[in-house]
Design a protein around this ligand. Structure first.
Ligand SMILES: Nc1nc2c(c(=O)[nH]1)N[C@H]1C(S)=C(S)[C@@H](COP(=O)(O)O)O[C@H]1N2
Ligand SMILES: [Mo]
Length: 438
């Protein structure tokens, strides 16, 4: 993505909000006075938001003086037209192939911990298949006593469970190993989502088929053209792996694996096989393409780590960020997301001086295991340049590393499992950019 494109994008974000009045939180009273009877309000960033004075206090807005549209106009709801900037985006130079590609979650525009299904990042190895659920089957075979082929109806007769868990591609942030590159939160951390997943525990299905004594691994295979497959250790399959058919209260979205996928909570997203058609039980891993040539971690000495399943403890500040510049100095709310594939987030600290000193953030969401956790901290910004960071600790006492610590162990050949402390540089004019501190 060239500078010109980035500028155009920022411009479009600024203008998409242009029809809305701007109110700064702490400057609210002052602003309200300015808004009163005036047509335009400028911000310190130079982007102005135009508001029609006839809709501002003390006037009664037009929408309060007329009938709204009826219930049948919107049978399947969608966001306000004023929220059209909240969408998945791609990076041109990463999307060289439009079929086997990736789109990113707009993390900076989201609140709470649940990612709306419509903006969950997508990762396809052979495009998005359109699957007729009536013709889709899930086969469980290999080292089992009673192999079965299940229809979706069959699957839904098993005991059901729901859990809120994050989903992250291990390549999230993979462009940052050799230096700061993606100058947008959506692109530096957006291969990340958190949904409520509903389905059947894999352990329940394994009990149904009866695994043989020496069974140790399971191959999960997708029904897409890539028939993507990964070897899953039996311990994970029996622990918390779920065969999922619903997401955030409704059927899985096609993008997320409709009609059925595997979710391995806290593990590399690529092990969570979508459009799941086959589970083969065996006594050793298969070493397929996606666990040898891809999704292994090349170390400094040329050796590679295989089966690095867990997504380590990580965090990022989501406001301010390049897409959410600060408009005024004074009191503001720094917030962000933390997550760990090993369990719950225990603690998050925030630094505004590049890690010289830290202050504890508070949690502003539920703290669930292997789920996004939202944190925040009030800060009085004096308008001078700042280096904003967050550092998370999980319940195993694992502390999110600095770039220096991560590179000392991993070198810079990697693509995957980059969980270093991230830095946003805040400039006096309120703009924010991606920088690295080791
Ligand atoms: N069958 C199949 N499963 C798949 C993939 C795929 O291309 N085909 N992509 C994987 C990768 S690399 C990731 S990160 C996650 C992404 O899940 P999402 O697209 O629901 O966000 O799905 C995984 N499961
Ligand atoms: Mo991935």
């Amino acid at each position: 993505m060239g500078d010109k494109q980035l500028d155009e994008w920022l411009q479009s974000i600024a203008s998409e909000g242009a029809a809305l009045p701007v109110t700064e939180r702490r400057g609210f009273l002052k602003q309200a006075l300015t808004l009163f009877g005036s047509a335009a309000v400028g911000s310190s960033l130079g982007t102005s938001a135009f508001a029609d004075a006839q809709n501002l206090p003390p006037n009664v807005p037009v929408w309060t003086r007329s009938l709204g549209s009826g219930v049948v106009s919107n049978p399947y709801g969608k966001p306000s037209d004023f929220e059209s900037h909240v969408k998945r985006r791609t990076v041109d130079w990463l999307t060289a192939d439009r079929i086997a590609s990736v789109s990113f979650t707009p993390l900076g525009d989201l609140k709470g911990i649940i990612t709306p299904s419509a903006v969950v990042f997508e990762r396809y190895h052979a495009g998005l298949p359109q699957i007729n659920p009536h013709e889709h089957r899930l086969m469980i075979h290999g080292m089992v006593e009673r192999p079965i082929i299940l229809s979706m109806e069959d699957l839904m007769r098993f005991p059901s469970t729901s859990m809120i868990r994050f989903l992250e591609c291990p390549a999230n942030g993979g462009m940052e190993w050799r230096g700061a590159q993606m100058d947008r939160l959506q692109f530096s951390h957006g291969m990340l989502a958190c949904c409520e997943w509903t389905g059947v525990m894999l352990s329940t299905l394994l009990e149904e088929v009866g695994i043989k004594k020496d069974a140790r691994w399971i191959l999960a295979e997708g029904a897409d053209g890539a028939h993507m497959s990964r070897s899953i250790p039996m311990a994970k399959a029996l622990d918390d792996a779920i065969i999922v058919y619903a997401q955030n209260g409704e059927a899985l979205r096609p993008e997320q694996g409709y009609p059925v996928r595997l979710i391995n909570p806290g593990w590399e997203g690529n092990t969570s096989i979508k459009w799941l058609r086959r589970l083969k039980v065996g006594d050793k891993p298969w070493h397929h393409r996606e666990e040898t040539s891809k999704y292994t971690d090349l170390m400094a000495d040329g050796s590679a780590r295989e089966f690095t399943f867990v997504q380590e403890c990580n965090s990022v500040v989501t406001c301010p960020c390049p897409e959410k510049p600060e408009k005024n100095k004074g009191k503001l709310w720094i917030e962000g997301l933390a997550w760990s594939g090993r369990g719950k987030i225990k603690h998050v600290d925030i630094s505004v001086n590049g890690g010289v000193s830290w202050r504890p953030a508070s949690f502003t969401s539920q703290v669930l295991p292997k789920a996004l956790t939202r944190f925040g901290l009030e800060w009085d910004w004096d308008g001078s340049p700042a280096l904003i960071q967050s550092r998370a600790v999980d319940e195993t006492a694992y502390v999110q590393p600095t770039y220096g610590q991560l590179r000392a162990v991993r070198g810079t050949n990697s693509i995957y499992h980059k969980n270093a402390i991230h830095t946003w540089k805040l400039y006096p004019d309120g703009k924010v950019s991606n920088v690295q501190i080791s």
